[in-house]
Write a protein that binds this ligand. Structure first.
Ligand code: C2E
Ligand code: MG
Length: 977
């Protein structure tokens, strides 16, 4: 067999196998279909039996009922006719009719009865019901129904029954026939019907049957192989099975050894007839196509298909083997050059294929050989090419880098040249021997030398003097060792001028650390020096007078002290302070004040010697440092000259100004060792000069220092005294000059220090200077309040008490509120307090004082001007102030000279004019009292009446005075002012 035919054959076989399988499947489907239709036929037959039975039963029942009512109606009608013809009387006709009903009814399946138009039963087989009313449900249905209509009524507790009616109008009767449901089956010709159905189905295999309520199959079901008597129990068992299952199908196998006797029963119930209708089909008929198919499949199709597959596989194997060998051979040929060989038994065709393959493979080998050789050559060439490209790239990169370096070097060179040419600083470069190689334009500009004149020469030639040249030489000698040098030097310009220069020189070395060049960098610092000088002048001199300021003085004084210490010489420090300079400033303005200061500075400068230093500390304070002091006389002379220089008035048209000065003098080494000590002590001496009447000079003494120390001690003791309440308040009465009775008291503070009573003049000034007076004033006020409360306790008539108020206390923050708080705390009315303020207090910061005074006055506190006449008052201001009393200072009362007397009388007269109360202080004698009384003074205060006394003594004093009635009551004293 050729290869072609083998392939054809095997392919044909492979196609045949699925064909056979497909045929088998088709056959199976057709057979299944057939089986299904047989079964459906059987089910349909059973349904037909059921339906036919139901329809036949319905027709039989309806027919029976209708014929019953119709026949009876005919009878009634004939009886009625007879009554009409007279053959029967009406009653006879009726009676006969009813009798017929009763009898006929008993012979039929159902019941026949008659009712009248009211529903009363006229005739009924059950005679007990005659003359009873028909059940209302039935009556209603009867009335609704049309004649001869058949309808079903299920009476309560009874089985349903079918009814039909017919009406006989002449008598108003209704004839009713009914068949109860249990009778329905009886009226059916069941067997006949089943027979008819079996015939109608036309299939021998299908046997219709009906199973009635008694368990009897109609017609009888034959049991194959058994007589009807033997089969009876099996049929009864089957009947029970059917009744139990009620509907569906079941397989009945009455004789297990005989499969052909097996039946499949399809059945359904006819409920209303109490029957089960169905068909019996031999099971073998239903199962036959399956069996045949299975047999066919088992015997023919399966072995056939398997045989075809086996044959196909064998042929495929036979066909494939040489081809596989060929494929393996060809694969092997790729590795070896041995040709493929044929075997014995190989077909000619196969041998030809092998030969062709061998040829092809050898050609392929040759081709491959060539290709491999070519590839090797190519890769060699490629490698060489790669190498060449890499070398070229490297070279290119190097070139690029070189170019970039060169370019950047060129740019840097250009940049450096620009810097070199355009630098503000002068630059020059020398060779290792210091010969100038090049200079920039700035260097030419600074020195004035053109480059041509300097190149080749040594920078030393710029040195102005030999000394400068020498320092230049020293620097050039030093440079190789240090590597760099910078500093200030003085050089000569081409025009011969000398100028300061800041020079920085650096050494430039090569790789072998040999000096190749020097690089110098310089700039002219003339301007810088000038500014420095200016700054130093500003920092150390007074802007107004151009005299050295305090810093410069301290600097010079420190130096002078050091020098004088070494040379054992004396120094004198003069602290000069202009008297009442503030008045000039306040009254003539600061411009005039400044000009006065300039003039004073000039006059003082003209007085002193050139080696002395006159400086201005600020304001109107000057300090003169004199280093040319041989003896004390020289000091006095200089101080006198200074005072004399100021004697002449300063003319600042239109003003002519007189200026005095107070001078304090301290000497080194006796009065101080440091500049600060000397200035401080001279200052102290100056204060002494001021306190001694101004316009004079005072030499510092150790006593002054002790005074200062004492002041510090007292200040600290006052502080402690206030804390420990060491201060007591004494009270001195003010007496009505007519009645000579006390009108009020003045509170005067005393310090009980270590058992001794210290009077105010010893601590009040220190308390004022240190600011402790504020606390002290409030302390006194507090004590006064306590004392006023005590007056109440002793049931004494309260008298107002005046408290001395220091000038500065009025400037205290919230002074009004503070005093309010104190008075409120002691429940003291403001009207019992009076403040005594000195003229100076009143006139200091007038507006503020006025405001505070008004606030106090509004509250009820009165004011007295104390020590009136000693100070400096403006009467116009005084008239604006809410002052109620003027106290004439005791010095005018005690002096006794005509001048003082006239002052007292003037003050009294003026006070009267201004409606002010006048109190004369320091009344010591009766004569003074009488004089004052003549002048019209209101009150007197003085030792003549009483010295200031402690609170306890005052209480006794008051009790004594209380015995006499007070002439001057308190209220009038609280006058409007
Ligand atoms: P001042 O306010 O002028 O008080 C009157 C001074 O004259 C009192 O001196 C008083 O003792 C004294 N004096 C009274 N009558 C006579 C007299 O007939 N002959 C003489 N020679 N003197 C008489 P004192 O108590 O030493 O007070 C001196 C000054 O101290 C007071 O002068 C007053 O300015 C101040 N002072 C006293 N106590 C206080 C105080 O509590 N506060 C404040 N801020 N100053 C007070
Ligand atoms: Mg006073």
């Amino acid at each position: 067999m050729t290869l072609r035919s083998k392939i054809f054959f095997s392919q044909a076989l492979f196609l045949l196998a699925p064909l056979v399988a497909a045929l088998g499947a088709a056959g199976f489907l057709v057979t299944a279909q057939q089986h299904q239709s047989l079964e459906q036929q059987a089910v349909a037959a059973s349904t037909a039996v059921r339906n036919s039975m139901a329809v036949a039963a319905d027709a039989a029942r309806t027919g029976a009922l209708r014929s019953m009512v119709r026949n009876n109606l005919v009878i009634i009608q004939s009886l009625y006719q007879k009554s009409l013809t007279g053959s029967l009387s009406l009653d006879e006709a009726r009676w006969l009719a009813l009798e017929t009903f009763t009898n006929r009814a008993a012979n039929t399946y159902g019941t026949l009865f008659c009712i009248d138009s009211r529903g009363l039963i006229l005739a009924h087989p059950d005679t007990s019901l005659v003359r009873t009313p028909l059940a209302p449900i039935l009556l209603a249905r009867l009335r609704e129904a049309s004649p001869e209509a058949v309808f079903q009524v299920a009476e309560e507790a009874r089985l349903p029954a079918l009814f039909a009616k017919s009406e006989f109008a002449p008598w108003g009767w209704t004839i009713v026939a009914s068949i109860p449901s249990r009778e329905w089956a009886r009226i059916l010709p069941v067997e006949q019907l089943v027979q008819d159905i079996a015939t109608a189905s036309g299939s021998e295999s299908i046997h219709p049957f009906v199973l009635d309520a008694s368990g009897t199959f109609r017609p009888d079901l034959p049991v194959p192989g058994l007589s009807s008597g033997e089969g009876k129990p099996l049929l009864d068992q089957l009947a029970r099975q059917l009744v139990q299952q009620y509907s569906g199908s079941l397989v009945w196998d009455p004789v297990p050894d005989n499969p052909l006797g097996r039946r499949t029963l399809f059945f359904q119930p006819i409920t209303e007839l109490n029957l089960i209708a169905g068909v019996a089909v031999p099971t073998s008929v239903l199962g036959r196509p399956w069996t045949r198919l299975l047999q066919f499949c088992g015997l023919v199709l399966l072995p056939g298909t398997l045989a075809i597959l086996g044959l196909g596989f064998f042929l495929a194997h036979r066909l494939g083997r040489p081809l596989q060998r060929l494929a393996t051979g060809i694969t092997g040929l790729e590795q070896s050059l041995d040709p493929l060989e044929t075997r014995k038994g190989d077909s000619e065709e196969y041998a030809r294929i092998i030969a062709c393959c061998n040829q092809m493979m050898s050609a392929l080998h040759e081709q491959r050989q060539k290709l491999v050789e070519e590839q090797e050559t190519n890769s060699l060439i490629q490698q060489q090419l790669h190498q060449e490209i890499a070398t070229r790239r490297e070279a290119e990169q190097k070139l690029r880098a070189e170019n970039a370096t060169r370019k950047s070097a060129e740019q840097y060179l250009l940049l450096f040249k620009n810097i070199f040419d355009n630098a503000i600083e002068g630059i020059y470069i020398t060779d290792p021997e210091g010969r100038i190689l090049t200079i920039n334009t700035s260097f030419s500009r600074i020195t004035g030398f053109p480059a041509a004149e300097l190149i080749g020469s040594h920078p030393r030639i710029l040195g102005s003097t030999l000394q400068i040249q020498n320092s230049f030489a020293a620097m050039w000698n030093e440079l190789p060792q240090t590597g760099s040098w910078s500093g200030e030097i003085w050089n000569r310009k081409k025009d011969g001028s000398i100028y300061p220069q800041w020079l920085s020189v650096s050494v430039i070395k090569n790789d072998r650390q040999e000096i190749t060049h020097y690089f110098a960098f310089c700039h002219d610092i003339t301007e810088l020096k000038r500014k420095e000088k200016q700054i130093s002048i500003l920092a150390y001199s007074d802007a107004l007078t151009k005299l050295p300021n305090r810093a410069a003085l301290e600097h010079r004084l420190t130096k002078a002290i050091a020098r004088a210490g070494r040379e054992r010489r004396t120094l004198a420090v003069f602290f000069i302070d202009l008297d009442n300079f503030k008045n000039i400033n306040d009254s003539l303005g600061h411009n005039i004040g400044d000009q006065v200061l300039i003039e004073v500075a000039e006059r003082l400068s003209a007085t002193i010697r050139s080696e002395d230093t006159l400086s201005r500390l600020g304001g109107d304070e000057f300090i003169l440092l004199s280093e040319s002091i041989d003896n004390e006389n020289a000091v006095y002379n200089l101080a006198s000259r200074i005072l004399a220089s100021l004697k002449q008035p300063i003319l600042l048209p239109p003003n002519t100004i007189y200026v005095n000065a107070s001078i304090g003098i301290a000497l080194f080494p006796n009065d101080g060792q440091t500049s600060l000590d000397l200035i401080k002590n001279a200052d102290m001496a100056m204060y002494k000069a001021k306190s001694e009447g101004k316009n004079k000079f005072v030499m510092f003494t150790q006593e002054m220092n002790e005074k200062l120390l004492n002041r510090i001690r007292v200040e600290s003791a006052i502080r402690t005294g206030l804390k420990q309440r060491e201060f007591a308040v004494y009270y001195q009465p003010k007496i009505n000059i007519i009645s000579e009775l006390p009108t009020s008291f003045e509170a005067l503070v005393r310090w009980q220090n270590n058992g001794t009573i210290v009077t105010p003049d010893q601590f009040i000034p220190i308390a004022e200077e240190s600011g402790l007076i504020d606390e002290m004033s409030l302390y006194v006020l507090d004590e006064v309040c306590i004392f006023l409360a005590k007056m109440d306790e002793h049931q004494l008539q309260r008298l107002p008490i005046s408290v001395n108020m220091a000038p500065r206390t009025f400037n205290q923050k919230n002074i009004v509120e503070t005093i309010d708080t104190i008075l409120r705390a002691h429940r003291i009315d403001h009207r019992f307090i009076e403040f005594e303020i000195t003229e100076t207090t009143a006139m200091k910061n007038v507006q503020h004082t006025l405001e505070i005074m008004r606030l106090f006055r509004e509250r009820g506190i009165r004011f007295s001007i104390d020590d009136f006449g000693t100070g400096y008052s403006s009467l116009s201001y005084l008239s604006e102030m809410p002052v109620s009393t003027l106290k004439i200072d005791k010095r005018f009362i005690n002096a006794g000279d005509a001048n003082s007397r006239s002052i007292v009388s003037s003050i009294t007269a003026m006070s009267k004019q201004m409606q002010l109360n006048v109190v004369a202080e320091g009344v010591e004698t009766g004569e003074q009292l009488r004089w004052l009384r003549r002048l019209g003074c209101d009150e007197a205060q003085g030792y003549y009446f009483s010295r200031p006394m402690p609170a306890a003594d005052v209480l006794v004093y008051l009790q004594r005075s209380n015995d006499q009635p007070s002439i001057v009551p308190v209220a009038p004293l609280l006058g409007s002012r």
